[in-house]
Design a protein. Structure first.
Lengths: 294, 438
């Protein structure tokens, strides 16, 4: 609340004149949106500090005294299996997003800059793929990978997430706009091979799009639940989402682990926030530099 | 240079994928010859999906004593999703050898041919269990589809101190329960005796069992569905009346609001099952030492009964290549005195085995001031009625949540909600191709 009051007039005074017509309304709407998005995060932050006894008994936004104990309990839970889950998640999201970005960039570049039979069909199929939610595909993918003998392996979670129709679509649109045909022609006349052309000319120009795809895909895999839940049987290969869920649905026989789950959720947020804060800067400058070239 | 590095990475990735694929295949194939040869050069390897806490530690003592049969535990998320996951895995042809199966889910596993009939191997274990529990794994047929692990006989939990404060007696019949609820409401409208939850079909199913309901039964190849039978309608009418009068609560269990009411004493009692101490300890920490337990109120005081709310069994996958070894392990886990003691102590399981129940000595922490918790539980559990669940309990339970949620909201007839459950269940079974006898 205090933050909202502090920033709203500041934004108003910074841009006098033309913007006056709208007043503080856009800022207020954006602040409301931010509040709407950030409140659950704030709740997780506060709730993670509460001990089991405090969780349901103290006021919602009042910090508790149990954060360190929660962290210690979580680290000790089943001999530290949480850290293994976190490591798995980093593997799935890191490797998956990198591979996905590579595939998207190369396919997008090819679709945008090469004429070949079936190009229109391939692109339309991809557009159709954008419309199909990944959730719907999880079970068919499981049956397919079971046939291939891959169900339950690390690959069963990585492979389906490498091909991202939305990523390819984004890369194609960006490549079409950001890579001038003249530049490619010039490089060809200079004798560059197609491989060199792609790696040294096209891909550097597509970097902002690639950062965007990487971030999107990283977040998508990091938070994905259904695919690993269906694919994996061995709990030592679970990512955090599925692991935390096993703690949530642990049956009524023992006291619930809500406080540990909330603490685990908080820990799972930290790498995402860190990634966005570091990559965001890149992302913004490069997006604008890409647009200037147009 | 750049391209070469990239293709090298791709080659490594492909090789890893192939290696993973191959090793996955061979592990499955080697298990079966070893099991059938009798003199295993390599131990039989079994996988086991369960969500019992510390099961990996319990299994260690089996693995240490049985080098020829090695069990690997994979801890799963429990509940309906676990059943869906197992069914999907069975369909795809790679289920675990052993799986924890909740009693109400077992028939859906049987209907999908996902679990084996282990009558030949598990028949002798029958003597270790009560009639009521055993009927849950036979589905009332001659087959045996699982070995019971834990059970959840329903009991009546109440705040001793507050019962004294308001001068209430523990109700022994449902008539008394209703009178107690009314009397309490008159003395203090801010507190309630109990609640009816529209989000916990398991609880309602247990109460209907107590009244003598038989929702499903198997008649040869066909199913008989009688959810809207007289006992169920009686139970529904009873609770519908109390909710309408407003003398008991109508908020679902396990919500923060309900937790709070339980913790601060605005709800004086809870009709729950033997596992309630775990819930009370985490959701109502302030009530420690103030709660007591009694049998459920009865419909007929001279013929005491209870129902089950929760509980699960250990089933063997139909496609497991090592069925005999799997049943040996499941039998050990659920009947061997040492194993059952571990289950109860480390796994916080209320064992289904009669001897296991009798051997429980250390009372739950939450009831440490009232010794004899387990003795009471065993006595109550012995009055449990048998029951057969159907092949689509999830549909029935969802219909319960929808219909009763709406009935509570509109203050409408609970009997109509029961009929909606019956209709939804029968329609779904017809659609799935089950034969139904009227």
């Amino acid at each position: 609340m205090t933050r909202a009051n502090a920033t709203a007039p500041a934004a108003g005074t910074a841009r006098p004149g033309r913007r006056r017509a709208y007043g503080a309304a856009p800022t207020a709407v954006l602040l409301l949106g931010a509040l709407y998005c950030l409140f659950p995060v704030a709740w997780v932050l506060v709730a993670a500090t509460k001990s089991r006894a405090e969780l349901f008994t103290t006021s919602t936004l009042l910090p508790g005294t149990g954060l360190l104990a929660n962290l210690a309990d979580l680290a000790a839970y089943r001999d530290g299996v949480f850290w293994l889950w976190m490591l798995n998640t980093v593997l799935y999201a890191g490797v998956g997003a990198l591979l996905s970005t590579a595939v998207s960039a190369v396919s997008g570049y090819a679709l945008a800059k090469f004429r070949f039979p079936g190009r229109g069909l391939a692109f339309n199929l991809l557009l159709g793929g954008v419309l199909v939610p990944a959730v719907v595909l999880a079970v068919p993918q499981y049956l397919l990978l079971s046939k291939a003998g891959l169900a339950g392996t690390y690959w069963s979670v990585l492979l389906p997430q490498i091909l991202s129709p939305y990523g390819i679509y984004l890369a194609r649109v960006y490549a079409a706009a950001a890579i001038p045909d003249a530049l490619l022609e010039a490089a060809r006349i200079d004798g560059a091979t197609e491989g060199r052309l792609a790696l040294n000319v096209a891909l550097p120009l597509m970097l902002p799009a690639m950062v965007t795809i990487f971030l999107f895909q990283f977040v998508a895999i990091w938070t994905n639940f259904l695919l690993p839940f269906i694919m994996l049987g061995d709990d030592h290969r679970f990512p955090m989402t599925v692991g935390l869920y096993t703690m949530l649905a642990a049956g009524a026989n023992q006291p619930s682990l809500y406080n540990l789950i909330i603490t685990g959720t908080l820990l799972s947020l930290i790498p995402l926030v860190a990634l966005f804060l570091t990559m965001q800067r890149y992302w913004r400058t490069d997006l604008s530099s890409g647009s200037v070239k147009n | 240079m750049g391209t070469r590095r990239l293709s090298a990475v791709a080659a490594v990735a492909l090789a890893a994928a192939l290696a993973a694929g191959c090793s996955g295949g061979t592990a499955g194939e080697t298990a079966s010859p070893a099991a059938s040869a009798g003199a295993p050069a390599r131990p039989v390897k079994l996988t086991y999906w369960t969500w019992v806490p510390n099961m990996d530690k319990i299994v260690q003592s089996w693995n240490a004593a049985h080098p020829d049969i090695q069990v690997t535990v994979s801890k799963q998320a429990g509940g309906d999703d676990a059943a869906a996951k197992f069914l999907t895995a069975a369909k795809a042809g790679n289920p675990p050898d052993l799986v924890q199966a909740e009693y109400q889910m077992l028939p859906s596993f049987v209907a999908a041919d996902a679990v084996a009939d282990i009558k030949a191997e598990a028949g002798p274990a029958k003597a270790e269990f009560g009639e009521g529990v055993w009927s849950l794994v036979t589905l009332g047929t001659d087959a045996v589809y699982a070995i019971p692990q834990d059970s959840g006989p329903m009991m009546f939990y109440y705040r001793r101190d507050l019962f004294d404060k308001y001068g209430l007696k523990v109700p022994t019949t449902w008539d008394e329960y209703a009178a107690t609820a009314r009397a309490l409401h008159e003395k203090n409208p801010k507190v309630l005796l109990g609640a009816f939850s529209s989000k916990d079909p398991g609880s309602f199913a247990g109460l209907a069992q107590q009244a003598g309901a038989r929702w499903w039964s198997i008649d040869g190849e066909a199913w008989k569905v009688a959810i809207a039978d007289e006992p169920t309608l009686r139970v529904a009418g009873y609770w519908g009346g109390l909710v309408k009068e407003g003398v008991i609560g109508d908020k679902p269990y396990f919500t923060p609001e309900w937790n709070k009411a339980l913790n601060d004493g605005t709800q004086l009692s809870w009709i729950s099952a033997v596992w309630a101490p775990g819930v009370l300890a985490s959701n109502a920490p302030d009530g420690k030492g103030k709660w007591a337990v009694a049998p459920l109120p009865q419909w007929n005081a001279s013929e005491p009964h209870t129902g089950f709310w929760g509980g699960s069994s250990t089933a063997v996958a139909a496609t497991s290549p090592s069925r005999q070894a799997a049943v040996r392990f499941a039998t050990w886990l659920n009947t061997d005195p040492q194993a059952v003691a571990l289950l109860a102590g480390q796994g916080a399981v209320y064992p289904a085995s009669v001897k296991g129940q009798a051997a429980l000595s250390k009372d739950p922490d939450y009831f440490a001031d009232r010794p004899g918790f387990w003795k009471t539980a065993a006595e109550i559990g012995a009055t449990a009625r048998g029951f057969t669940f159907g092949p689509n309990v999830n549909v029935t339970y969802n219909a319960f949540k929808d219909a009763f949620g709406k009935a509570i909201q509109d203050r409408s007839d609970f009997a109509a909600a029961v009929r909606a459950m019956q209709d939804a269940t029968v329609a779904d079974m017809r659609k799935s191709g089950f034969q139904i006898v009227p």
